[in-house]
Design a protein around this ligand. Structure first.
Ligand code: F6R
Length: 628
């Protein structure tokens, strides 16, 4: 397991290794055989390899590649085919001969699949076997498309995709219904025959499965765990993807450690959960029986330690997220002055703001702060076509009723409706369709803001170009993205910034938006306002902070939580598109549950019993990679 500061750093190192391997093989007159994966995880590796080809004259003439898998039923030209993905992401940017590229064929007839899989395996053997296999890992624990149930000795074959895998691909396919049900994949046994393996995983979404893959005994129910038996396998992960490993999460369970204040707090909170006691009722023996005897020796006895941690937790709670004016703020998360504060809330897509901190937004407004909400992207990629059709027809109907002639708005609506009718399931949206979808999301965002009390004039819709010009998994930050955010920050000069996305998959919208904020702040380093500005991180609906990580906890009454949910509810286009999906839970329900759970955890630790809590962590922007 190798833990890196970020995916870029890991990918730069791995690409350099691949380059060295290719050069050594070239010098010895041998071909290099690479096993490749698709998906988000290797995107940065492929960009780096393309750069090495372009700038460092790394040739791929003698490289042979085998991709892990392909969706069954998709032709090469399908926008979501892995063949196409690999060409767009990598092969089109290299000098690799077309004949050296192998991707399973998703279009072979059922009756010929077995033979096609056999011959794929034969081809790998004929090439001399795979020198280095690149892998990602799915939330189900799959490698390739070897879903739970795949045996250690499985070979290249047709498989059925797991429901979770299909759900994870829904955004790419504009709806789960369009995601293929089957795929052809190299087997676990095929993968294990590679001489070296490098598995890449980024973002907290992978944390649990990474920990299970390396810490649990190998099992078919988590096929990536079979990699443990390989002699030359490496896991390359970022800190977020490593966060559930025992050594990262509970380091005191694996050996003696330095008890920093942060780890001490984490350990005491963990112990309280483990023995199901409030912090103030933890006894010396609880500590000793759970591998924390040395903590007691250093900082005990238990009661004194308990009180200290209890107070720390207590001091994270505040009803004044912007600071309490005229109060002693030595033990409060935010400073009292200045009051009011200029607050900037960054929302990667419209709705992230209310999902993550709708209650706090409202509180900040009520407490007199000057709150601006910055919607970084239009969010148009996430609007179903049906919503856009309704909007276009609404305009047409309205103008017909009013007897309006063919003004530009009518012409626009008519054109969008025509384009939507002509659009087949996997076509990307035209500029006009995206514009209409963006308008839908703006309307929803304004309706939601109204509930929070934010002045609509302080809603900024940036429609950042990286998103307008990009596709999921393939976003690239440009100078314009950073400049737009930097200009806004320089103008507002905030005392408080709220942001999210720092722990997400680096190719996601949220993480890309966070990186843009980071670079924008770095580009303004030294401006006076920065010395007096604090940044707070919030989280989306799918994951809450662990209590020990929270540095500001803002509690809410049942009514206030209901109001927050009302705000989220206004993001109509983001609700489930079918009763089946809705049955799995709507995002507004999840957001409410998260906030209730956080409150329950505080209660169990012996703190006050609130209905709901929104939580934040303080963040200091680092100076790394200031370039755009
Ligand atoms: C892709 C593949 C899959 C992915 C995995 C992770 O060829 O075989 O196993 O590696 O689903 O996907 P991302 O990287 O998109 O999170």
């Amino acid at each position: 397991m190798e833990i890196f500061a970020d995916a870029d750093e890991a990918c730069a190192g791995l690409a350099a290794e691949i380059a060295a391997l290719i050069r050594a093989n070239d010098a010895a007159g041998r071909k290099t055989v690479l096993g490749l994966a698709t998906g988000s995880s290797p995107v940065r590796l492929y960009r780096e390899l393309a750069r090495l080809h372009r700038e460092a004259k790394l040739s791929f003439r003698n490289v042979v590649t085998f991709n892990l898998d392909e969706y069954y039923g998709l032709s090469r030209t399908h926008p979501e085919s892995y063949w196409r993905f690999m060409h767009e992401q990598l092969f089109d940017h290299l000098d690799i001969p077309a004949a050296n590229v192998n991707v399973p064929d998703g279009t072979v007839a059922r009756s010929e699949v077995f033979a096609a899989c056999q011959s794929y395996e034969q081809k790998i053997r004929d090439a001399g076997g795979i020198d280095l296999q690149i892998l990602g890992i799915g939330r189900t624990g799959h490698v390739g498309f070897n879903e739970p149930g795949s045996g250690r000795d499985s070979r290249t074959r047709l498989v059925t995709l797991d429901a979770i895998t299909r759900r994870d691909a829904a955004r790419d396919f504009q709806g789960e219904d369009h995601v293929p049900r089957h795929a052809i994949t190299m087997g676990v046994g095929t993968i294990l025959e590679a001489r070296r393996i490098a598995l890449l995983a980024w973002g907290e979404g992978k944390a649990r499965v990474v920990a299970e893959a390396v810490e649990k005994p190998p099992t078919e129910s988590l096929p990536a765990s079979f990699l443990q038996g390989h002699a030359a396998v490496r896991f390359l992960v970022d800190a977020a993807a490593a966060s559930e490993l025992t050594r990262a999460k509970h380091p005191w369970l694996v050996g003696s450690i330095a008890w920093t204040p942060e780890i001490t707090r984490r350990a005491v909170v963990w112990l309280a959960h483990a023995v199901e006691k409030p912090v103030l009722k933890l006894l010396d023996e609880h500590y000793s029986e759970h591998g924390m005897a040395d903590l007691l020796t250093e900082q005990g006895p238990a009661y004194g330690l308990n009180i200290r941690i209890f107070n720390e937790l207590q001091h994270t709670i505040t009803g004044w997220p912007g600071g309490k004016p005229n109060a002693d703020d030595r033990h409060r998360p935010e400073r009292a002055v200045p009051h009011p504060k200029r607050v900037v809330v960054f929302s990667p897509e419209p709705s992230d703001d209310v999902l993550g901190m709708g209650g706090t937004l409202r509180r900040l407004v009520e407490q007199g702060h000057d709150v601006s909400v910055v919607y970084q992207t239009s969010g148009s990629l996430a609007v179903p076509d049906e919503e856009a059709v309704m909007a276009a027809e609404f305009v047409l109907e309205l103008t017909q009723q009013g007897g309006a002639g063919e003004n530009p708005e009518v012409a626009f609506a008519r054109e969008v409706r025509r384009q939507l009718e002509a659009k087949t399931a996997f076509d990307g949206d035209t500029a006009e369709i995206r514009r209409l979808k963006a308008i839908i999301r703006r309307g929803e965002a304004r309706a939601a803001l109204k509930v929070t009390g934010v002045d609509p004039a302080r809603a900024h819709f940036l429609d950042l170009p990286f998103y307008e010009q990009g596709r999921y998994r393939q976003f690239r930050i440009g100078r314009a993205d950073v400049d737009i955010v930097a200009r806004l920050l320089a103008r507002i000069q905030p005392h408080q910034i709220f942001a999210t996305g720092q722990l997400d998959d680096p190719n996601s919208v949220a993480a890309t938006c966070f990186e843009i904020v980071r670079r924008a702040v770095a580009s303004l380093a030294g401006e006076n306002w920065q010395a007096d500005c604090r940044t707070w991180l919030y989280r989306g609906a799918d994951k809450a902070w662990d209590v020990a990580e929270i540095e500001m906890a803002v509690p809410f009454s049942p009514d206030e939580l209901a109001t927050k949910i009302q705000a989220i509810y206004h993001h109509k286009s983001q609700r489930s598109q079918s009763p089946v999906e809705a049955g799995r839970g709507e995002v507004w329900q999840q957001a409410g549950q998260r906030n209730r759970e956080t409150a329950r955890l505080y209660d169990r630790l012996g703190l006050a019993d609130y209905e709901a809590i929104e939580a934040f962590q303080r963040h200091v922007f680092s100076e790394r990679h200031p370039e755009a």
